[in-house]
Design a binder for this molecule. Structure first.
Ligand code: APR
Ligand code: PHB
Length: 390
């Protein structure tokens, strides 16, 4: 097979890029290790930056998002028994976020790929990039007994944190930066009315909690748990009891509980790999970086990589201009690090660290009271939460 761009990974990054390129006449194939059902069974965050929502519309994938997603003009932080609101509309200069689940984003992207007859190959085993430092790279994968070769101009590694692409960059070229947090988030999804119509982040002495939602009838809640914990240790009742203990009384009284339809623990970590380009291989999304979910930057940061890469590839194929490809890594990383900074800041502000000293507690309290007493601080948070410009 011969295509212009071979994309490894059929998560949101790979699918969005292939859809955008296809609409501009650039031929791609997406090689995904698992089945579509497997990819769509993953439940992840659900807050989209307005820039990401715009990109979905440009990719002709925004219709259901605009119909079923909710525009949120603010979010809340509960602390010290009260709830303070960050007014995104006011402090970001008129922007907002879209609450719409990542699983739904991925489903919409798959359906859009189907409509255009896009090439998406599932259950592609042993996907391996070759000769990426040359002018004639290719990718091989196994389908049953058969080994298939895909010749291409460029390879895009959009295969997530555990993918093969980043590992094919020589060790002496790659620099990796990592931070592991000493806790995880236990999350549940339940078909109940959300406790609040907007997202509420909770700082509490028993640990962080988050009240989020997918719609006005589907709630997503999380609580901070030790890394050693397991979802089996938590009955639904135990989860709801612990969540209530961390909420201000007025919210706890309003909480509607019900059976969980999903329950899992996600560890929290930050990671960045530099550079995001090696020869004709370009990394995008979780393949190059990840953030803790506090602040919901993960998918949004992947989207900015896709945006830069999409424009760089169009300039290459349409105008013979390679400046976008040449500056891709630097440009993408500049925004990636800002998302890292914001996610780290939100994580440090809201969690209970097992090894903290009293000095850390006082700093956390000071940070919180400063945030809600300073319009400048609110602006800083709001402009990051709605998403910095691409
Ligand atoms: N070969 C082919 N596909 C692979 C391989 C491989 N060796 N390894 C992983 N994949 C696939 C995964 O199965 C997955 O479907 O690549 C895809 C990567 O998708 P994601 O992990 O979702 O990463 P990405 O598309 O960059 O999405 C951005 O933002 O909110 C965060 O982590 C969240 O997934 C989200 C991410
Ligand atoms: C979610 O809805 O799953 C969610 C929302 C906000 C976050 C993280 C996760 O910061």
């Amino acid at each position: 097979m011969k295509v212009q761009v071979c994309i490894i990974g059929g998560g949101p990054s790979g699918l969005l890029l292939s859809q955008l390129l296809h609409l501009r006449g650039i031929d791609t194939v997406v090689l995904e290790k698992y089945s579509r059902e497997h990819v769509l069974a993953r439940i992840r965050a659900g807050v989209l930056e307005h820039g990401f929502a715009k990109l979905m519309r440009e990719a002709q994938c925004g219709e259901r998002m605009d119909r079923e997603g909710e525009i949120h003009h603010g979010f809340n932080i509960a602390h010290d028994g009260r709830v303070d609101r960050v007014d995104l509309l006011k402090y970001s200069g008129g922007n907002s976020v879209m609450v719409y689940g990542q699983t739904e984003v991925t489903r919409d992207l798959y359906e859009a790929r189907d409509r255009l007859g896009g090439k998406v190959i599932h259950n592609a085993e042993d996907v391996t990039p070759h000769d990426i430092a040359s002018d004639a790279p290719y990718v091989t994968y196994r389908s049953g007994e058969e080994t298939v070769r895909v010749d291409c101009d460029y390879v895009v590694g959009a295969d997530g944190f555990h993918g093969v692409s980043r590992k094919s960059i020589p060790k002496h070229v790659l620099r990796e930066y990592e931070k592991v947090y000493p806790f995880g988030w236990l999350g549940i999804l339940s078909r109940t009315k959300p406790v609040s119509s907007e997202v509420v982040y909770v700082k509490h002495e028993r640990g962080f909690a988050l009240c989020s939602l997918r719609s006005q009838v589907l709630s997503r809640y999380y609580i901070q748990v030790p890394l050693s914990d397991k979802p089996e240790n938590w009955s639904d009742d135990a989860f709801w009891t612990e969540l209530k203990r961390r909420l201000p009384s007025e919210l706890a009284a309003r909480l509607i509980t019900g059976p969980s339809i999903e329950k899992s623990i996600a560890p929290l970590g930050s990671f960045v790999a530099e550079p995001m380009r090696y020869g004709r291989l370009f990394l995008a999304g979780d393949a190059a970086h990840r953030v803790p979910p506090t602040g919901a930057r993960g998918l949004n940061t992947a989207a900015s990589d896709v945006y830069y890469l999409y424009h760089a590839l169009i300039d290459h194929y349409r105008k013979g201009d390679d400046s976008g490809l040449d500056s891709y890594s630097e440009k993408a990383l500049a925004r990636v690090w800002k998302a890292q900074r914001f996610s780290w800041w939100m994580t440090m502000l809201l969690h209970r660290f097992p090894d903290r000293v009293s000095y850390d507690d006082r700093l956390q309290e000071t940070e919180m009271s400063y945030l809600f007493s300073s319009e400048t601080a609110m602006r800083l948070v709001a402009e990051n939460y709605v998403g910095l410009p691409f």
